[in-house]
Every structure is written in C-alpha cells, then in structure tokens.
Design a protein around this ligand. Structure first.
Ligand SMILES: *Cc1c(COP(=O)(O)O)cnc(C)c1O
Length: 451
C-alpha cells in the first residue's frame, strides 16, 4: 500500500461542490449594516464582481471551474493524500490515519484554492487592483500570488502585530508584487479613527477588514477579496474534499471522522462539505471542526447576527461570533483569530450536523511536534489543531480497541512559523482560555436585526 496517494492532473475536479441546496433549511439573509435590510447584489457590486456575488447565493449544486483556474491549479493540484503510518506506529493505535496536505501550494496553504478563482473573476470583470487584509500572512501571500498570475495590483492590510511576528510573510507578499500596509493605517478613515483613540493599537483582523473594504468601496478600479468565511470561498475550497474522496477510494477506504481546523471555516468546509454530501446516500461520517481555546467561536460563541468587521462596514451575517470587537490575546501563537465563523459552517453546527472542539495552544504544538518527528512535515500552527484532534481520536480508538478511519486536513506547512515553534520549544507559550464574561459583554454590542 502506498504512503502517498496521488491523482493525475486529469483528475483535478472540474466543478466545485456548492452545499447551499443541501443545507438543513434555508440560509439566513445577509444584512446591510447601514440599512439593516437584506443585502442586494447592488450593495455588493462596489466591492465584488458579479460572478462572485452569484456564487455567494447560487442554488446550483455543481459549479464549473473555469479552464484558466484549473490550469493554475495544475501547478500543485491534485494535492497528495498521505497515510500517516509512522504516526500510527508512534501512537500504537489500531486507527488508520490519513491526511490531505495542502502545504504543497506555492503559498504553503489551502488559501490559493480560492485566491486564484477570485483574482480570475475580478480580472474578467475589468478590475485593476484587489485590496484585502491578512493576519498571519497566509491569505495575503495567497492573494499576492494570484494577482501576480493575472496581472492585477494587490494591496494587503496586514495586522500590525503580525508584521513584526511574521516578517517573512510580508517579504513573500512583496516578492509576488503586493503593497503591504501595516493595519491600523493612516490610509483609511477606519484606520485613522482607531489610531486617533489608540495610537499604539496592534491591530486585529476585524480592523484590517474594515480598511480593505473601505479601500475597495472608495476606488472604482479596486475590489475586495476575502480569504475565508463567505460562501464562495467555502465553495472554491471543495476541491480538497473531492480529491480526498477519490484518493480514499484508491486506498479502498472511507473515513469514520473528518477533522479540520477552523478559523473562518474555509479549509474545514473544503474538506468536510463533499463528505457531508454523502450523507444523502446513507453514509455515516462525523465531521469535527477544531479551534483554539483562546478564540473559541463555535464552542463558546453566540449564534447571532453580527458585523463582519470592527468598524461595522462589512455586512452583518448570522453566525457564531465572539463579538465584532473581539481582540485575541497577544500571547496567542496559533492563528485562527477571526471573531466570527462561516455562516454555512455555523448553520451546520447549529443544526447538529457537525461537531466542534477547542484546544489550548500547548496541546496543539505538542501534537505538531509529535507529527513532525514521525511524519516529517512541520504543520502550520493552525493545522496543528487538526493534528491534535486526530491524535486524540486515534488514542480513543486505542483505548476502545476499535478500528477507526480518521481523515484530517493538514491545511498548510509551518516553515515560516518558527517564531511560534521557538516559543513552544523554549517553554514560553502560555495557555489561555477566552473568558465567558467577555462573551456576555459582547452580546450587548451585537446589532439589533429583525428580519
Ligand atoms: C488561514 C489558515 C487557516 C484558517 O482558515 P480557514 O478559513 O478556517 O481554513 C487554517 N490553516 C492554514 C494553514 C491557514 O493558512
């Protein structure tokens, strides 16, 4: 049996899987933050091309992947599926562990799967520049890569604290031709108003989103691109799960549980949604989303309408949220910092169709180090949440003396995250659990939506 299960380029999916027609119930409306009425396509046209707006609300189960996008996917897709034999041995588990490795993309994560089509549709719509935000730099570098491939300019508002923590991600974005601006910045009203109250503000994803959206909304030739959360991003990522299903077929297997880390929810959606689709034909498969205890959106957040960003410019969506002014603790090293969660993933969780679990960061890094010492690959700190949960599932199988097939998403490699690994290896990483009272406080600041 092979260690790596590979497909040919011919087997790159030709369509994305859209879960919207298969959701448990209708979608909640997305709300315009100014009018508090449902968002119309006209509201979104200043920042998104029509093709993306259509995908956001499409009821078509399968959506064709344009040839131009598929041709760029060929540079790294199909991504390999590994059987983690050495990890299984290290754990002494009867479980079979498979992982789908998205770290083979040029940017080192799953994010180019959506950056490439987003750049493509914007180019086709005659847009000249894309503006976006980035935290750890994974999305910014993926969009910089995609823009360079389609001859678009790229402006990235990078959370200020990350610019110092992840300087090489900034270099990567610049290498692919992007203009990187530390956020909060003096370039936007949103940034200026934050700096006026708090000149030393270290930034957050919510603030950086406000800046990028404002930049796009105030320039005709510029659109906005979001790396997670939205329906079309989840859609684009479904190449991951579709390939994984084909690869498991080659291995003669099917998972009992599918595990992925969950920030905004896109790599979880990408891996899990094609398996959730199998339930219609009677398949039993658990899907587990894993998040940090310091940003526990699904496991401790509230299912409510909330703003997508701190400055209340981005649309309001029904989602699990920690409150739009959530600020992750500075000691948090593992990424996955967004205050909200994909509305699709949120609705599935509220309906009991998926499970969620949170881990403290030392447990995640411990799992990542065990993984690196058995399988070799250094996981991205984000992915280490999935690694940890997969290890625990395998250990549970051992305790119960049961066979079990585990599939997890290794959403990226961690070779540019050595600062975080240094902190872990030198014992300087503190565990932190987000306090309940902060979540109760945030409730009071949620928008009052009555549609
Ligand atoms: C951005 C990122 C994530 C989290 O984003 P999702 O949208 O939740 O997938 C996870 N893993 C890696 C490697 C990332 O870069």
């Amino acid at each position: 049996m092979d260690t790596k299960i590979m497909l040919t380029e011919e087997q790159i999916p030709r369509q994305w899987y859209n879960i919207i027609p298969d959701m448990p119930g209708p979608l909640h409306p997305v709300i315009n933050p100014r009018t508090l009425q449902p968002v119309t396509p006209d509201d979104l046209l200043p920042i998104f091309p029509m093709a993306i707006i259509e995908q956001e609300v499409s009821n078509q189960r399968w959506i064709d992947i344009p040839d131009e996008v598929r041709d760029i996917y060929r540079l790294w897709r199909p991504a390999p599926l590994f059987r983690a034999r050495r990890l299984e041995q290290a754990l002494g588990t009867p479980a079979k562990i498979y992982y789908k490795f998205e770290g083979v993309s040029p940017a080192g994560s799953h994010k180019p799967n959506s950056a490439i089509p987003q750049a493509y549709y914007n180019k086709k719509a005659g847009i000249r520049r894309l503006a976006t935000e980035t935290g750890a730099g994974q999305w910014g570098s993926s969009l910089a890569l995609a823009c360079s491939m389609f001859g678009l300019e790229c402006t990235v508002y990078m959370v200020k604290v990350s610019c110092t923590q992840k300087p090489y991600r900034k270099s990567m974005m610049q290498l692919w031709g992007a203009n990187v601006i530390p956020s909060p910045s003096e370039f936007t009203d949103a940034g200026r108003s934050i700096l006026a109250h708090d000149p030393d503000n270290l930034g957050s994803l919510g603030i950086a989103i406000s800046e990028a959206v404002e930049d796009a909304a105030t320039h005709d030739d510029t659109n906005y691109a979001l790396g997670s959360v939205l329906n079309h991003v989840c859609l684009h990522q479904t190449v991951i799960g579709q390939e994984a299903k084909e690869q498991l077929k080659v291995a003669g297997d099917y998972p009992d549980v599918v595990i992925a880390c969950c920030g905004g929810g896109s790599n979880f959606a990408g891996l899990a949604f094609p398996f959730i689709a199998d339930r219609a034909s009677g398949r039993q498969v658990r899907c587990l989303a894993v998040e940090p205890a310091s940003c526990p959106t699904l496991t401790k957040g509230i299912y409510a309408f909330d703003y997508g960003d701190t400055a209340k410019m981005a649309p309001i969506a029904m989602m699990y949220t920690l409150g739009h002014d959530f600020m992750p603790p500075g000691i948090h090293a593992g990424g996955l910092r967004y205050h909200g969660e994909s509305p699709l993933v949120s609705q599935l969780y509220a309906a009991g169709a998926i499970e969620a679990k949170s881990y403290k960061q030392n447990a995640c890094f411990e799992g990542a180090v065990l993984f690196a010492r058995s399988e070799g690959i250094v996981p991205a700190p984000e992915s280490s949440h999935a690694v940890r949960a997969a290890i625990d599932e395998a250990m549970l199988a051992k305790e119960e003396g049961k066979e079990r097939t585990i599939l997890f998403g290794l959403s990226g490699h961690g070779q540019l995250d050595m600062g975080a690994y240094d902190a872990y290896l030198s014992g300087n990483l503190e565990d932190y659990e987000y306090p309940e009272e902060k979540i109760r406080e945030a409730l009071e600041r949620l928008p009052k939506v009555s549609v």
